[in-house]
Design a protein around this ligand. Structure first.
Ligand SMILES: [Zn+2]
Length: 291
């Protein structure tokens, strides 16, 4: 079955549950971006987190997009994951193949800063918040972000499983406690989360619907109708117009140089698509070769 986000409630409506199966999406990212296993693990968790957050933080605005920017001093360098409410996700890792292949995700990202941008393109001012990375892993960083910046009490579970052939399983669950959730139900849910086996090993064997039903077994979990499912895909929103826009920032001299070389190629960092611009395209950017 294809990747999807599902929604539900647990403990008599005390908790909102969002869950996503993202195996194909993350495997696509691995292929496009040539990710090593640890890079696929890190970006897969971040992509899943961005898909879940885009839906969780949806304030009834169309087109909401969430960008997670992990800017750490670890060997992966900058890691970006971005998704919108329609389930389109894309990502980037500046150094996808670190020398030490054995390190875990927190060390591969390192110390630094997490920036979360919520935007509603093409209109509206994006909402940005930043916090220090504490090295506890992507799920823990996102839990802290939700508590601090969004005042949402939540638990975030994320997992990616790499096999020799590639990404065998990827997905995540966000459990949001509503303010009216009782102490007792919070304690029970917390215990359940603690005793849950690694999510990715479950996702490898059974569909996400069954994974969530198993995690919340006996806790009155109800999945919302399938109409509320969101298909999840690795899909880049780049375009020719957006690719040429940064070239307008070059000086007339620099553009002249590109024109003399016969044109310019721009490669999208998220999907690898190549955009070729001819002399005429560059000249149309107000560059005069005689300038
Ligand atoms: Zn692209």
């Amino acid at each position: 079955m294809s990747d999807r986000l599902i929604q539900g409630m647990a403990a008599n409506g005390d908790f909102r549950i969002l869950a996503a199966q993202t195996t194909t999406t993350v495997e696509t990212a691995r292929e496009i971006l040539d990710l090593s296993p640890v890079a696929a693990d890190a970006l897969g968790r971040a992509l899943t987190g961005s898909v879940l957050l885009a839906r969780l933080l949806d304030k009834d605005v169309r087109n909401q997009r969430v960008t997670l920017r992990f800017d750490g001093n670890g060997p992966l360098g900058l890691l970006i994951a971005e998704a919108n409410v329609s389930g389109d996700a894309r990502g980037y890792v500046s150094n996808p193949v670190p020398e030490d292949a054995s390190i875990d995700v927190p060390r591969a990202i390192g110390q630094g800063m997490l920036t979360v941008v919520r935007g509603t393109p093409p209109v509206g001012r994006p909402y940005t918040s930043q916090m220090m990375l504490e090295g506890g892993g992507i799920a823990q960083e996102l839990t802290r972000y939700l508590a601090r910046s969004e005042q949402i009490s939540s638990a975030v579970l994320l997992g990616v499983l790499n096999r020799r052939e590639g990404v065998a399983a990827s997905g995540g669950i966000i459990i949001q406690a509503f303010p009216h959730a009782t102490e007792e139900s919070r304690r029970i849910i917390e215990e359940r989360i603690q005793s849950t086996p690694p999510l990715s090993t479950l996702i490898e064997k059974i569909p996400i619907e069954a994974v969530v039903a198993k995690v919340f077994e006996g806790l009155n979990y109800k999945q919302l109708d399938e109409r509320f499912n969101v298909p999840v895909n690795y899909r880049c929103t780049c375009s020719r117009e957006r690719a040429i826009a940064p070239l307008a920032l070059f000086s007339p001299d620099e553009l002249k140089e590109m024109v003399e070389e016969g044109g310019s190629e721009v490669v999208c960092q998220f999907c690898g698509r190549k955009y070729n611009f001819t002399r005429e395209d560059l000249l149309a950017l107000n560059a005069s070769p005689d300038a």
